[in-house]
Design a protein around this ligand. Structure first.
Ligand code: PLP
Length: 338
């Protein structure tokens, strides 16, 4: 982009030229439409506005050192959206439609894909909402699936670094058999109060325990958690954790690097035994954790002020695959622009 200052990008919203949309009516998906309007015309009784029939996804396109633009594991995002659709009774977006629309919206907005050197990337936000007008509580008949993109800055401005978090017991992100494993806006609304307090207290984010017993580790804000000890990558298993594609990829890379991988309930006390710990997700890949403070018990878990050796290796491997500089053994990336 001629007048774009890539160095000042944050995780905000910058308008781009086009978004793509597809409507579900009469039991089927229509044609993909290219749109230059940033606004949606929505009925005031649409189910997404009242009863939370809203699902989203998040992924990125990277301008790579070889000049190509790659998207990371978009079929996994399509599959997760389909799972969310089943979870809150919306029609599933077929993988082929999802992939076609991701490719289209990235290609249409080429001038907004940040150059490799900037460390910035193009964030892709698919959104599915129930649009039919009704006041009764039941699934909508009509839906809008939309994808927009916006350039976002690098997560680590001063280089790969650590953050501290606070363990909360006075708030839950999701119920054990609720919508925690689905990517729906309601989970985020539920997290805002605890998140604001954590920020006010100087933490990067709030940290959740399981909502039933407050005994096991759940999510690190809106990111998955992992701990490392004895050459083992350990990540919690629970019915309220959102299945992170970054975490899934890190588990595979850990295995490729010869680590053991465990996905199981992680009791809070076990935090004291981890040599390294981190939060993971598309935004940062890995955000290493320096300390976790338990607000209620006063316990403090420390993992070092600098990213640990395993976290650094995992981070560099995954980033390398995304940027086409490390061999993509598992076929995770798709070149969208040659
Ligand atoms: C999106 C999300 C993540 C991260 O998933 P990725 O696929 O790795 O980006 C983790 N936790 C929650 C609650 C999320 O919504």
């Amino acid at each position: 982009m001629k007048n774009m200052d890539w160095s000042n990008l944050t995780f905000g919203y910058v308008p781009t030229d086009y978004n793509v949309r597809c409507y579900y009516r009469n039991g089927k998906w229509g044609e993909v439409e290219v749109c230059s309007d940033e606004y949606l015309k929505l009925h005031m009784a649409a189910t997404c506005l009242h009863y939370g029939q809203e699902a989203f996804e998040g992924l990125k396109a990277y301008r790579c050192p070889d000049g190509k633009v790659r998207v990371f594991r978009m079929e996994e995002n399509a599959a997760r959206l389909q799972s969310t659709c089943r979870g809150i009774v919306m029609p599933e977006v077929p993988t082929e439609l999802f992939v076609e629309m991701v490719k289209k919206v990235v290609r249409l907005n080429q001038p907004y894909i940040p150059p490799y050197e900037s460390g910035a990337s193009l964030y892709i936000r698919p959104l599915l909402i129930g649009t039919s007008a009704q006041v009764g509580v039941r699934p909508a008949e009509e839906y809008c699936f939309l994808i927009f993109v916006t350039p976002v800055g690098p997560y680590f401005k001063g280089g790969f670094s650590t953050n501290s978090y606070v363990i909360v017991r006075d708030a839950d992100r999701a119920a054990p058999l609720g919508t925690g494993m689905y990517k729906v806006g309601g989970n985020y609304a539920a997290s805002l109060r605890a998140n604001r307090r954590a920020h006010q207290e100087g933490y990067a984010s709030e940290f959740y325990l399981d909502s039933k017993e407050k005994k096991y580790v759940d999510e690190c804000g809106a990111a998955n958690f992992f701990g490392i000890k004895d050459n083992t990558y350990i990540t919690p298993e629970s019915t309220s954790i959102l299945p992170s594609i970054t975490n899934k990829s890190l588990m595979q890379i850990a295995e490729d690097l010869g680590m053991k991988v465990e996905r199981r309930p992680v009791p809070e006390e076990e935090l004291a035994s981890f040599e390294e710990a981190g939060a993971c997700g598309t935004a940062a890949v890995i955000s290493p954790i320096s300390r976790l403070d338990d607000r209620e018990t006063g316990k403090v878990y420390r993992f070092g002020d600098k990213p640990g050796p395993w976290s650094t290796r995992l981070y560099e491997m995954l980033r390398g695959i995304q940027y086409g500089t490390v061999e993509d053994r598992h076929g995770w990336t798709t070149v969208v622009i040659e």
